[in-house]
Design a protein around this ligand. Structure first.
Ligand code: ADP
Ligand code: MG
Length: 625
């Protein structure tokens, strides 16, 4: 080994670059974040050859003072924080003061800037191993341009890791999209090899914002998304944005954007809470789609846990988890067929190629446990149906298969109103219900119904399965959970933290039908379990629940297991294909769908119904073309 010596500034920067500059996309992220931090309202990005040859970003932000220009390129130099305390509530995207230094050590970088107060603009570049900056006068409007050429020209090992131009551009484009979603008030333009890829104007109104989301995530997403905006008074947390309907799920987690105070992050507490909220309605292995914004007091989140700041740490992760889960769970449960039916085109949505789907905002109830009320964005378009109706079925006995069939047979009796419908719509009659009136049954599988928009096709079994399932869950919750003692109490060796946790949550376990007791520092004993779970793997369940509670502060596993059981029962109990239904029975089923939580998907996440509008049908027959 040779003697110890200080690294040259360039080498030190190149080493630091290893952390933040992985590929062109990471350079664009840093440069654009600087533009946003500088208060720009417009940024233009020009790329050549996937960013390897050239990346140029021009903004109209505050600019940099001539004297500060060389500093901007040196390491540990920032205008964004002064003292350690500033870090605890940092409002800017950057603060580490090393991005430009790192980038300029592995590329040919020039920085040109002009502040409003300055006569003309100045430009800096760095040279040699000492990274000395040379400043020259330049021509530039107010704002800043950063130009990065020949990325990794002097670090061949890194250059080898670069993928094809197409792949590198795809990554870079993704970064631009994320930032464009994070700041609706900023206009973005992206060009690649001279071609305009994105041209996004400032988006102030909700409609403009939705247009931007449609541009970036595809119009199918916004057409199949609900709008949410909830504030938790007590904690000051706010969640807003768009969540995809369960039937608009994806095979990959590629349409999941989550921003915390304007910063896009990936976080396991967040992912877990969202997945749990969708647990009951997603087909196995499918991923929900969402664009969501969480806003909270900056001092409640630590952003300095990762050099690229893709991760954050919540000071109160349980609180955040709970808020996200509750809000989204309620939103999904309260979705009704009428939320998914397109209304007529209105002046406010003609900007879209396809009519905008109902966008429903949710407000947090004044007290935590309460049911959220839907507020409709456009009351004229969605009648009273969109408001939770407080509908209660008369089905309230413990679930049993016989009852399920009785219930179906009794549809007509339960719903005298719909029983009177003959399937023909009386024009003079007041509003047609969202799912319309049954006209026929197809091959014993589908119900065909006529509604205001056209034809509705319902998968009878899938729809009924969900209705039965939701009723079983409801009656299960209303009943006190019945539990039974184990013949031989089950003794479990656990960690001390897990044992503490079992004591802390003893009440929760009890409510769910379990009786646990602590026997020693690292031993607990299970005495009583819910009747319905007595035959399952109790030990595994308890272990999984304890580990959930340690990490997330709660666990839905017990409910999930019970729900799975109920789901299986519902599936067997639901009306089978080839069962002939009368028109009143079919109408009763349609009315139930309008009033049942999560009725848009069967228990396995498949859609239960589909709409063909008159327009769709006209197209099919080339009518009026
Ligand atoms: P950080 O963003 O962490 O402060 P950077 O190396 O990215 O560190 O940037 C260094 C400094 O250069 C910033 O603190 C800021 O003062 C200045 N700067 C960089 N880009 C811009 C820009 N586009 N407009 C105005 N100032 C900028
Ligand atoms: Mg920065």
């Amino acid at each position: 080994m040779s003697r110890i010596h200080l690294l040259s500034p360039r080498l030190a920067n190149q080493i630091a670059a290893g952390e933040v500059v992985e590929r062109p996309a990471s350079v664009i992220k840093e440069i654009l974040e600087n533009s946003l931090d500088a208060g720009a309202s417009k940024v233009d990005v020009e790329i050549e050859q996937g960013g390897v040859k050239l990346m140029r970003v021009r903004d109209n932000g505050s600019g940099i003072d001539k004297e500060d220009l060389p500093l901007a390129l040196s390491r540990h130099a920032t205008s964004k924080i002064q003292v350690l305390e500033d870090l605890e509530s940092v409002g800017s995207l950057g603060f580490r003061g090393e991005a430009l230094a790192s980038i300029s050590s592995v590329s040919r970088l020039s920085l040109t800037s002009r502040q409003a107060s300055q006569e003309n603009a100045w430009q800096v570049q760095t040279e040699g191993r000492d990274m000395e900056a040379t400043t020259e006068p330049a021509a530039h409007p107010e704002g800043t341009t950063v130009e990065v050429k020949d990325l990794f020209f002097n670090t061949p090992a890194r250059r080898k890791f670069l993928k094809t131009e197409k792949t590198e551009f795809r990554h870079l484009d993704e970064v631009v999209k994320r930032l464009a979603l994070s700041r609706f008030d900023v206009a973005f333009q992206l060009r690649h090899n001279g071609k305009v890829i994105h041209q996004l104007r400032q988006a102030d109104s909700q409609l403009e914002q939705e247009r931007r989301v449609a541009n970036i995530c595809g119009s199918a997403f916004i057409d199949n998304a609900l709008n949410v905006d909830v504030v938790a008074e007590a904690s000051g947390l706010r969640l807003w944005g768009w969540v995809g309907l369960p039937t608009f799920s994806r095979s990959q987690a590629d349409l999941q954007y989550f921003f915390v105070n304007g910063r896009m992050i990936k976080d396991k507490v967040v992912t877990h809470a969202v997945r749990q909220a969708y647990a009951d309605v997603l087909y196995h292995g499918r991923f929900p789609a969402y664009v969501l914004y969480l806003e909270l007091d900056p001092s409640l989140v630590d952003v300095n846990v990762h050099p690229t700041k893709h991760e954050v740490r919540f000071r109160e992760s349980r609180l955040v988890h709970d808020f996200l889960f509750r809000t989204l769970h309620r939103l999904i449960a309260d979705m009704r067929p009428q939320d998914q039916l397109g209304g007529e085109r209105t002046a406010e949505n003609v900007g879209f190629e396809q009519g905008l789907q109902p966008v429903v905002a949710v407000q947090e109830p004044s007290h935590e446990q309460g049911r959220m009320a839907f507020t409709q964005r456009s009351p004229t378009r969605y009648g009273e149906g969109a408001v939770s109706s407080g509908y209660r079925s008369s089905y309230s006995q413990p679930p049993s298969q016989g009852l399920v069939n009785d219930q179906l047979a009794g549809y007509a009796a339960l719903h005298p109103d719909s029983a009177q419908q003959t399937g023909e719509i009386d024009e003079a009659q007041e509003e047609c219900p969202p799912m319309g009136y049954a006209v026929a049954q197809l091959h014993g599988v589908y119900i065909l119904a006529e509604n205001a928009q056209g034809l509705i096709v319902v998968d009878m079994h899938a729809a009924h399965e969900r209705i039965v399932y939701e009723r079983m869950k409801q009656s299960y919750e209303e009943d006190v959970v019945r539990s039974q003692p184990l013949l031989v109490p089950l003794s479990l060796a656990v960690s001390e933290r897990e044992a503490d946790c079992s004591e802390e949550y003893a009440d929760t376990f009890k409510r769910l039908g379990f009786e646990l007791a602590r026997m020693g520092e690292e031993t607990i004993v299970v005495r009583q379990v819910p009747v319905s779970l007595a035959k399952g793997n109790v030990e595994q369940l308890i272990r999984d629940v304890l580990s959930d509670m340690l990490v997330y502060g709660e666990s839905k596993r017990i409910e999930q297991h019970i729900n799975e059981l109920l789901g299986t029962m519902a599936c067997h109990g639901a009306v089978r294909a080839n069962r002939q239904l009368t028109i009143p029975e079919m109408n009763a089923l349609l009315r139930d769908m309008e009033n049942t939580e999560r009725s848009g998907q069967c228990n396995h996440g498949r859609p239960t119904w589909s709409q063909m509008t008159m327009n769709d049908l006209d197209k099919l027959f080339m009518r009026g073309q």
